[in-house]
Design a protein around this ligand. Structure first.
Ligand code: ATP
Length: 323
């Protein structure tokens, strides 16, 4: 199946500043993809190029089968876009805002009200439909923004920082809603975020975007091995007691082609190997007469990715500040 988003060598500079540098990315239909990066990484610029709202300097963005630069109107018709700064008419109710937006999008007049009510229910705003938008909480505003996107019945929705400013419960509920839309309606979702932990809850795949470059894409295990592959696999083995001198153990395992290093502390051994060789390590230790009490393997996960790629970025808004 053709990818719903196909970006090839997409580049964009503002003056001498390279905002997006040779971005290559394919997103399949039905996927939830998280574009993840600190502030200023180039996420919004990439999204604007996908929507044909900013022209790339070079490269191409094919979205829903259309070239976003040459055919932005077709792309706009098929894609629902929720920007990070939502604006509503505060004196109108949520439902009136939605109806107004549906009219602006040229939806068929006869079913607009009925559709708007249905979508308000879908996003969990049925009870608040007739309240002025000025009374909506941040979480309700995000849902209303999503409703404005969904009323177009898009094939693909692009959400720029949708969890920004929501409290932890609001984040959870919003992401659950996105997930249910994917599962029940087969929607494809691209969302951008600088909140690694949020994105990981719902995304099938994520892309790590830093300084205009997409460093790695994949699910968490793939990302870990792409980003930390050269770090090796760390396996911790606790023995009931050390059966022989530690140098003897080291000598045995250093003949293994996958072996990098061995550190020990009492009966705790920490192996670093190029691959996961737990069965071989256990067999080797048993041959030396050891009894094994516990085995664990360090997984390079979100926290390590976060530390390596995000924490040094001084522009990053820490999660607790924006929640
Ligand atoms: N219109 C513009 N003119 C000049 N520079 C811009 C413009 N838009 C973005 N930039 C710069 O390009 C870089 C990427 O910005 P972009 O908004 O795409 O990043 P982002 O990852 O979406 O970050 P944020 O989460 O802060 O919006 C930043 O350094 C930004 O200052």
């Amino acid at each position: 199946m053709e990818p719903i988003i196909d970006l090839k060598n997409l580049c964009k500079s503002y003056g001498s500043h390279v905002a997006v540098d040779k971005l290559n990315l394919k997103i399949s239909q039905g996927e939830i993809f998280g574009l993840l990066g600190p502030n200023g990484a180039g996420k919004t610029t990439s999204i604007l190029m996908m929507l044909g709202l900013t022209e790339p300097d070079s490269g191409s963005a094919i979205v829903c089968g259309h070239d976003a630069t040459r055919d932005p109107i077709e792309v706009k018709r098929k894609v629902g876009y929720m920007p990070d700064n939502l604006g509503f008419y505060p004196q109108l109710t949520g439902l009136e805002n939605l109806i107004y937006m549906a009219r602006l999008n040229g939806l068929a007049e006869k079913s607009i009200v009925e559709n708007a009510r249905r979508v308000m229910e879908l996003v969990g705003l049925k009870a608040a439909s007739d309240k002025p938008a000025s009374n909506y909480s941040r979480g309700m505003r995000q849902r209303l923004g999503l409703a404005e996107v969904l009323i177009k019945k898009p094939k693909l929705i692009i959400l720029d920082e949708p969890t920004l400013g929501l409290d932890p419960n609001g984040v959870k509920e919003f992401l659950e809603l996105i997930k249910s839309l994917q599962q029940e309606q087969g929607l494809t979702v691209l969302l951008s975020s600088h909140h690694l932990h949020h994105v990981q809850q719902v995304c099938d795949r994520v892309g790590i975007f830093v300084d205009g470059k997409l460093l790695a894409t994949g699910d968490l295990p793939t990302l870990s091995s792409e980003l930390f592959g050269s770090t090796g696999v760390e396996t911790n083995i606790r023995l009931t007691k050390v059966p022989t001198a530690i140098d003897v153990i080291k000598d045995k395992f250093s003949t293994y082609p996958e072996f990098n290093s061995l550190n020990s502390s009492g009966a705790n051994l920490q192996f670093n190997t190029t691959q996961n060789i737990i069965p071989k390590l256990i067999r080797g230790l048993i041959e030396l007469g050891a009894d094994i009490e516990a085995v664990s393997q360090k997984q390079y996960g979100l926290d390590e990715i976060y530390e390596k790629y995000f924490e040094k970025n001084t522009n990053l808004i820490p999660e607790h500040e924006s929640a």
